[in-house]
Write a protein that binds this ligand. Structure first.
Ligand SMILES: C[S@@+](CC[C@H](N)C(=O)[O-])C[C@H]1O[C@@H](n2cnc3c(N)ncnc32)[C@H](O)[C@@H]1O
Length: 211
């Protein structure tokens, strides 16, 4: 699988690791201008490590939901174009603002991803990619509501956490329900369990259905 332009594999401590070029954010090791991208701390990193066909090429316009302190979205902004990062918890959002200071293409938004109408005036439409890692109940509904920002040939890259939907059910059953809801608004192109890096998470690659 080809990595997006701006993402590379670097050999550090005898291991090939993903890396992007940018200011370090979370104490990650560096190799010259490259900062290692820890797949154990990033679902998108895990998707790339596992060879999932994300369709990412580099330079895309991105809406990222569930940015937290910016661990993953900082890497995204290193290789993507304009990157809108939504996070509703004030504390991590403060760190996110610091992460954005060295990244002019990263726009942090202290907003609730369940209410896209509150940021629709800021976020451009026809974006190439919607990345979602909200780890909250109703993950499929969040993806459905934010579909409006995607270009017709855009991609949804979602990490679905089973335990956020229901701690008592089998993850496989939870994933089936989430996929069924997603299919109302998206065509599912690929799925992959991320358990090697993130327990009980499913990666989903999808494209929006015509309105
Ligand atoms: C698993 S963490 C995200 C980690 C981050 N994506 C990374 O890899 O660096 C999930 C984040 O989603 C945020 N979140 C949950 N529900 C949300 C919502 N409705 N709107 C915005 N953020 C939300 C949480 O506050 C939390 O910071």
């Amino acid at each position: 699988m080809t990595l997006p332009e701006g993402v590379s594999r670097r050999r550090v401590d005898d291991r090939e690791r993903l890396a992007t070029r940018g200011e370090p954010v979370y104490g990650e090791p560096t190799d010259g201008p490259w900062r290692l991208w820890d797949a154990g701390r990033s679902k998108l990193g895990a998707m790339l490590e596992l060879g999932l066909d994300t369709g990412l090429t580099g330079g895309e316009g991105v809406l990222y939901l569930g940015a937290a302190s910016g661990t993953t979205v900082s890497h995204v902004a290193d290789f993507a174009g304009p990157t809108y990062a939504v996070e509703f918890a004030p504390r991590p959002a403060r760190d996110l603002v610091d992460v954005a200071a060295s990244r002019p293409n990263l726009f942090p938004l202290l907003k609730d991803a369940r209410r896209p109408e509150t940021y629709a005036h800021v976020v451009e439409s026809n974006l190439d990619v919607l990345i979602q890692d909200v780890a909250t109940r109703g993950q499929a509904r969040v993806a459905a509501r934010n579909r409006r920002f995607l270009a017709p040939d855009g991609r949804l890259l979602a990490a679905i956490k089973a335990r956020s939907e229901d701690v008592t059910r089998e993850p496989a059953a939870v994933f089936e329900d989430v996929l069924a809801t997603l299919r109302d608004r998206y065509e599912i192109l690929a799925t992959a369990r991320l358990d090697r890096y993130h327990d009980d998470h499913l990666a989903v690659v999808a494209r929006p259905l015509a309105e």
